[in-house]
Design a protein around this ligand. Structure first.
Ligand code: ATP
Ligand code: MG
Length: 240
């Protein structure tokens, strides 16, 4: 019998990232298995957004050291558009929905770049609200509907790793539940997700694993359940 060591699907090894001279992401490492949801938590300014941006290979912050692999493919040498082509989709906090374009035009635009993901009709089957609003100017939709569109747009682009920055921000609890339902469906499809959230409890209820960032370094790694059950940890790093 050969003892094959299974490599993690998404692997982040000792990444360091800077805004100019400011040293922000200070040696972050973690592994995620395919289809897992990881909650990346921590106080304001801990470096969560910066970490997601470095993983999506945006220019800023500049990744100066470290390695990133997705399905064995090295991501660290890539530029943002190439990382997107490899299946890494960042949904930023402001969601970047295009105004003046309808819901459907936003989805069509996402499909311009190769490789394509889901067909538009399939997206509407999973997001009936978007189907109902296909001809509506996308920025006139509610915050929750815009968040759905942001996730749907990632699916239209053949997402393999979904990076979500505060997807629940500004949303009513009932809409948060709807986004959660969508993210659980996304997990069933085998898509791997990293979710950054101020609403740590909501993120932990969804997540398999948890990471807590503090001053650009990982202060805790474990299961989501461990964080939910550890009051001291929550007080120290999450203020909940
Ligand atoms: N463009 C930038 N230029 C310089 N410093 C920045 C820039 N963006 C963020 N920073 C700094 O990097 C640190 C980490 O910021 P980051 O936005 O990653 O934190 P965060 O954990 O996402 O916080 P929040 O919960 O408030 O969104 C902060 O000290 C912030 O001031
Ligand atoms: Mg942030």
């Amino acid at each position: 019998m050969s003892a094959e060591i299974k490599k993690p699907y998404f692997s982040v090894k000792d990444i360091h990232a800077y805004y100019g001279e400011s040293y922000i992401v200070q040696g972050v490492s973690f592994d995620v298995e395919e289809g897992e949801i990881v909650a990346l938590l921590g106080r304001n300014g801990a470096g969560k957004t910066s970490t997601l941006r470095a993983l999506a290979r945006l220019d800023s912050p500049a990744l100066k050291r470290g390695e990133i692999y997705l399905g064995g493919l090295p991501i660290h040498p890539l530029q943002a558009y190439q990382a997107a082509g490899a299946g890494i989709q960042l949904v930023p906090e402001d969601r970047r929905i295009f105004g003046g374009l309808t819901v459907e035009e936003n989805l069509i635009l996402a499909q311009v770049a190769e490789p394509k993901g889901w067909e538009i009709e399939r997206i509407y089957e999973h997001f009936p609200r978007l189907g109902e609003r296909r001809n509506q100017d996308a920025v006139t939709m509610s915050g929750g509907e815009q968040q759905m569109l942001a996730v749907a747009r990632a699916l239209a682009r053949d997402v393999k790793l979904l990076l979500l920055d505060e997807p629940y921000e500004g949303l009513a609890p009932v809409i948060v539940q709807e986004i959660e339902r969508i993210l659980m469906e996304v997990r069933k499809l085998g898509i791997t997700t990293v979710i950054v959230e101020q609403n740590a409890v909501a993120a932990l209820q969804l997540a398999d694993k948890a990471l807590i960032l503090d001053m650009g370094q990982i202060a805790f790694r474990g299961t989501a359940k461990e964080v939910l059950e550890d009051e001291d940890l929550r007080h120290e790093y999450l203020a909940i």
